[in-house]
Design a protein around this ligand. Sequence first.
Ligand SMILES: Nc1ncnc2c1ncn2[C@@H]1O[C@H](COP(=O)(O)OP(=O)(O)O)[C@@H](O)[C@H]1O
Ligand SMILES: [Mg+2]
Length: 427
Amino acid sequence: MELQSAKQRFGIIGQSDSLNRALATAIRVSPTDLTVLIQGESGVGKEVFSRIIHDLSKRKHEPFIAINCGAIPEGTINSELFGHEKGSFTGAIGDRKGYFETVNGGTIFLDEIGEMPLDTQAYLLRVLETGEFIRVGASKSLTTDVRVIAATNINLEEYIKKGKFREDLYYRLNTVPIKVPSLYERQEDTIMLFRKFARDFAEKYKTNSLQLTDNAKILLKRYRWPGNIRELKNLVEQLSVLSDEKNLDVMDIIDIAPHLAQSMLPSKSLSDKIPESMSERDVFYNFLIDMKRDISQLKTFVTQLISTNKLEFPQEGETKSYNPIASYYNDTPLGKNVAFQKDEYLPLYDEEEKGLSTKPILLDKYQIDSYQKVEIVEDNLKLEDMEKGMIIKALKKFAGKRKEAAEILGISERTLYRKIKQFDLEE
Ligand SMILES: Nc1ncnc2c1ncn2[C@@H]1O[C@H](COP(=O)(O)OP(=O)(O)O)[C@@H](O)[C@H]1O
Ligand SMILES: [Mg+2]
């Protein structure tokens, strides 16, 4: 099968070399019965790949099942996979077939294979090598014809070193390795994926499709995306529901997903070479301008704190103390008073008019505490406002249906219920 038609058929978005290579390997290996090990971070599309391999194989009309080894309790995984005999353990009321029996002829996808207990690993190796397995509590072995596709988001070689994973099983599974690239490794595909999801959710929620400004595109490309495509998809859904703005700029995104601001921090590439594009530099400058504004607000605030508390500005050589704010002035090259008086943002203060004495100010422990309190309270207020606003939007969007609203907000229904009470949002 050809690469582009496979992408169409299975809804695979992306044009990067690393993705193409992974997909080409998957297509090439699909008609064989070889075991495949798919490696890649969470949310990159490992399960989608396993499905493609099955659907392009001669087993396509036989069953396919995906099992997350990390989600099955250690005590029941052998019975789930291989079945059990009546009475083999407490609660084994009757005989039970395991997946290797029911999926006979088909494909089993074993996700998070690194979390499989060691004894189960031994049974798996046996079934891979001989096609034989034994139900828990039975004595005679059965045969099966199952193709195994395994996946992991951890480095199995590390697990081998720690004695948590069998080396022989690793080599057996790794006959054909496929590495699905993270979104960060294929930044050029990010916007294409965004557009696809924006279209999908616009259809689902009957709104106009989201657009991105150039700076917003840079923000999305630079973000690390630990949850990869799954995380991007969730964000686009949240934005589709919660954002009033359809042409999204950087702040529209950060309003709803504040953690994305981390990608605005200077990276290695910014510090050791000239930014590739003008607009990337713009984003960074905007960030610095925001920061400068915050600092002037802080200065104004401190000045007001000093004046309303009838405190005094520090004097040369007199403010050696543990006090971080005072010592900041000490370290200012311009000298103490000058630092404030010269500041264009702070013409508020006229020293002579107020007849200030020349004694040092000491913002003592109490005052620092109260300053910090003010800041924390303000932060909380802002956060609460944002939270409340989003909850109102989500409830509106879903006509008061709490289940859907909680889902899009990424909180439990119980939490939403509590918040509705807290913000007094009950009609
Ligand atoms: N290349 C891709 N193009 C579009 N959507 C994708 C692509 N790869 C994965 N997805 C979507 O991303 C989500 C996560 O994929 P999944 O296969 O469950 O990831 P993993 O198993 O690696 O955690 C799914 O909704 C899937 O449909
Ligand atoms: Mg998965």
